[in-house]
Design a protein around this ligand. Structure first.
Ligand code: DC
Length: 258
């Protein structure tokens, strides 16, 4: 079922005899559909919550971390110099990345090849910063994220969704949790998937990623203006989703279904 999309943007005030100049309404995200953003640090539960929220609303889930991961994977595969911004940008421009929802979650394809598992390896995670720290690469991926929003109502998850990519999103969330709790969750995911690590190692990895994510020149992790901050340390994913749905419904941004 489709949402009937109405124009939610306030129109400029007109005096008698004046016409709206379409150019005065344009900005980078003007022709997008509805967007809910979920930003926050690594392992705060963003993916679980954003995916469940998208399902509840009938929106598409946009995992922007998967785009950065896919470009990193492609660059490593191609053997490019990971310190060369021009080569990384060329990889980002050429890579055809598709996010396909299926019963298991989200499949990630890069140039037609299923890389859902490959983009989650420690090698990719350790090298992402080369890609994510480069503003020209970010610009390519930001444009792709905005393209998604022209085709689908979105729950967009990442680090910069409410700040850089969709600053005018209908509702913005910033999902946080204590470092200790995030490390515990990450460790339990690793153990479940048969991998070995200590709580100390995982805490160290998360703390390092936090520092990098908060300090990059463009797209640094921070709370967007107007974002609702949710601390999920003592909450289940279901409780967080429930709070989000209540907040969204309370704002009255969801149009009536046709
Ligand atoms: O969400 P994730 O853990 O899969 O993201 C992996 C990395 O990608 C993250 O540490 C920083 C980068 N990233 C980013 O810079 N901007 C985003 N919108 C999403 C992810």
């Amino acid at each position: 079922m489709r949402w009937q999309v109405v124009n939610l943007k306030p129109l400029p005030c007109l005096r008698r005899g004046e016409f709206i100049n379409p150019a005065s309404l344009s900005n980078a995200t003007e022709d997008r559909l509805l967007v809910i953003t979920v930003d926050g640090p690594a392992a705060a539960g963003k993916s679980t919550v954003a995916r469940a929220l998208a399902r509840r609303l009938g929106f598409r889930y946009l995992d922007t971390g998967a785009l950065y991961r896919a470009v990193t994977w492609k660059a490593l595969e191609a053997g490019v110099d990971m310190t060369d911004a021009r080569q990384l940008t060329a990889v980002a421009q050429r890579a055809r990345i598709e996010l396909k929802p299926d019963s298991q979650g989200l499949r990630v394809l890069c140039d037609g090849c299923d890389v859902t598992r490959e983009i989650r390896t420690p090698e990719v995670t350790q090298n992402i910063y080369h890609v994510a720290d480069e503003p020209p690469v970010r610009k390519v991926l930001i444009e792709q994220q905005r393209q998604f929003s022209r085709r689908h109502d979105l729950v967009a998850e990442g680090r910069d969704q409410g700040t850089e990519v969709f600053p005018d999103a209908e509702v913005k969330f910033y999902l946080d949790a204590s470092v200790e709790e995030r490390a515990r969750r990450r460790l339990s995911d690793l153990v479940e998937s048969g991998k070995d690590a200590s709580l100390e190692e995982v805490t160290c990895e998360i703390t390092e990623r936090d520092a990098r994510d908060r300090s990059r020149p463009m797209g640094a992790l921070r709370k967007a203006s107007g974002a609702v901050v949710l601390d999920s340390t003592d909450m289940t994913a279901e409780e967080v989703v429930e709070l989000m749905v209540r907040e969204i419904e309370g704002r009255g941004v969801l149009p009536c279904r046709s």
